[in-house]
Design a protein around this ligand. Structure first.
Ligand code: CAA
Length: 542
């Protein structure tokens, strides 16, 4: 008989700095993004996209420090000795090194902080855009299931710093943070259902980050289509596996799942995903009194076949079918049947991302933490933001829809264990996300500070920037160059043609690090005795 394997404890870390998207940012960007109409931009970002604040990393923070913070929280919440872990995997798409595993840096930080040796721990990094941590989780579970573990726990961490070019449609979906999951046999939080996970992968160009770029290249609207198509196909494959393994037929699947958690690049995306997934499931439920009859009464166009999977039945060109399907999903999103289902089965998982933005690989697992936290709110407590509290969760089935651009979708499920409330009682994310002005600890950024942090890079071209800047200004102004300045142009040309890089000082933090892991410096030594150029020195700052 298979043993129960799953998530035993969860830790979440979100940096304290944030940018308010309804204030100075909106006034600054409105001329570029909304023809000067500030209210229109605020409406689009808060209602159309669903975010109002984005988490931003400080100068001493990066994907590795966020990961170590989340790991510490998961370990402390479980009350275990870190030496009980023998596998530490990080899923990230914003790695700190082109070769070394971020997990090795995290391991070093944990060893330093807890004063232990963890030399016998496997520490790989998984990369596949936002789905990397899900592949890491799958590997950790398989390893335990195969009996390859020597110690009870594996630690899986999803950590990212999302960055797009400034003043683009991607900018307002940025965010940062990490989620750590302690994985074990007989978990106290969530038992993952074996043999049901379904994966779809397509070679796609919807979103990626070439080696030379610090920000993502994204075809925004197309990325939404690829997300929905691959997720739908993965749900379809999951439904077949559920029917084969558990005998739950497709028409009964919706009723058998209590909560649908999706990858959340921004909260409205979870709504698009739910519309796509629910539509297929409701159309399949044709029994008398089943969801199909109510659906068709409220959204008659759904009966034209547009939702029956990959445009089936619309009868026109593929583009026409896609348009019809979009229209059906748009109408569905407004219908009472959908709004009720969404409020019950999806909304509680979205309470936090509105104030964080896109955590990339962590966003699906932030949704899980959000669901747990919402379930702990006492009955009658005011909802967080626009979202309502969920019901007690023990025994309920959660379906996870993971997505990574480029592109891969994976659907899997788990059931909540009886001890979940005790194991998640340490979560205080709603409180942590409250700004200082509202009695919390989060600190707002000015545009100037935000743009300075956004521009931070680890290295810069090795030439005299100030001299080149003044030469460029003279060229722009049509002012003659001195002979020494002509030499500066030649230096710039050779620097660009055969670039040499030097480590760039990161500058002061906005908030001095306190009770956290921090990037202290990046090595610059290159000698016969010792070489560490580019190596990152982290430390726990008490
Ligand atoms: N008030 C209220 N709503 C408004 C509004 C206003 N004043 N103005 C516009 N809206 C609505 C629009 O109607 C639209 O809603 P519907 O879809 O319901 O019609 C919504 O706001 C968004 O507006 P746009 O369609 O004009 O889209 P945009 O230009 O703001 O771009 C985006 C949105 C494509 C997501 C862009 O932010 C982007 O490129 N983001 C990065 C890529 C991304 O997140 N892709 C998601 C799928 S890929 C993935 O999930 C992996 C990942 O993590 C990156």
């Amino acid at each position: 008989m298979r043993s129960t394997i799953g998530i035993d404890s969860i830790g979440v870390y979100v940096p304290r700095l944030y940018l308010d998207l309804t204030d100075e940012w909106a006034r600054t960007r409105a001329p570029v993004l909304a023809g000067g109409d500030v209210q229109k931009l605020v409406g689009k970002v808060t209602d159309g996209v669903g975010v109002r604040r984005m988490a931003v990393v400080d100068a001493h923070q990066d994907c590795a420090t966020l990961a170590a913070m989340a790991a510490k929280r998961a370990i402390d919440a479980a009350g275990i000795d870190p030496r009980e872990i023998d596998y530490l995997a990080v899923g990230t798409e914003t790695t700190v090194d082109q070769s070394k595993s971020t997990a090795a840096y995290v391991l070093g930080m944990l060893e330093q902080h807890y004063g232990v040796r963890m030399a016998d721990v496997g520490a790989p990094q998984f990369q596949f855009a936002c789905i990397g941590a899900t592949y890491a989780l799958e590997a950790a579970v398989s390893r335990i299931r195969a009996g390859d573990h020597a110690k009870p726990y594996a630690l899986v961490i999803a950590s990212d710093v999302s960055k797009y070019p400034l003043a683009t449609a991607g900018e307002y979906t940025q965010g940062a943070g990490a989620v750590a999951l302690l994985v074990s046999e007989n978990p106290r939080l969530l038992a993952l259902e074996p043999g049901l996970s379904a994966t779809i992968t397509r070679d796609e160009r919807d979103f990626f980050r070439p080696n030379w770029s610090a920000t993502a290249v994204v075809d925004g609207k197309y990325s939404i289509d690829v997300y929905l198509d691959t997720l739908e196909a993965a749900f379809h494959a999951y439904a077949e596996r559920v029917e084969g393994a558990l005998g739950i037929v497709a028409s009964r699947l919706y009723g058998a799942i209590d909560h649908f958690l999706f990858h959340v690049p921004f909260p409205r995306m979870a709504e698009y995903a739910a519309a796509r997934v629910f539509l297929g499931q409701w159309l399949a439920d044709a029994a008398p009194g089943g969801a199909r009859s109510r659906l068709l009464a409220e959204v008659p166009l759904a009966g034209a076949g547009a939702g029956a999977g990959a445009g089936a039945g619309a009868g026109g060109s593929p583009a026409g079918e896609a348009l019809q399907r979009k229209e059906v999903e748009r109408l569905l999103a407004k219908s009472p049947i959908f709004r009720e289902a969404f409020a019950r089965k999806v909304n509680p998982s979205l309470a936090l991302s509105r104030d964080i933005g896109n955590m990339y690989s962590g966003s699906l697992y932030l949704a899980l933490a959000s669901l747990f936290e919402q379930a702990q709110r006492p009955a009658g407590a005011p909802p967080a933001g626009a979202f309502s509290a969920g019901p007690p969760l023990a025994g309920q089935r959660i379906a996870f829809g993971s997505y990574g651009s480029g592109a891969s979708a994976k659907v899997f499920s788990g059931s909540v264990m009886a001890d979940y409330a005790k194991v998640t009682s340490h979560l205080r994310l709603t409180e942590e996300l409250r700004p200082q002005a509202e009695g919390g600890t989060r600190v707002p950024l000015s545009m100037a500070d935000y743009e300075r942090l956004h521009a931070l890079t680890d290295a810069e071209l090795d030439y005299d920037g100030a001299a080149i800047d003044s030469v460029m200004q003279k060229l722009r102004d049509g002012v003659a160059l001195a002979p020494s300045e002509v030499a500066a142009v030649a230096a710039l040309r050779s620097a660009v043609q055969s670039p040499k890089w030097r480590v760039r000082p990161r500058g002061a933090s906005i908030l001095a690090p306190r009770a956290e892991f921090a990037l202290e410096r990046i090595g610059t030594t290159s000698s016969a005795e010792r070489t560490d150029t580019g190596y990152r020195y982290y430390a726990w700052v008490p």
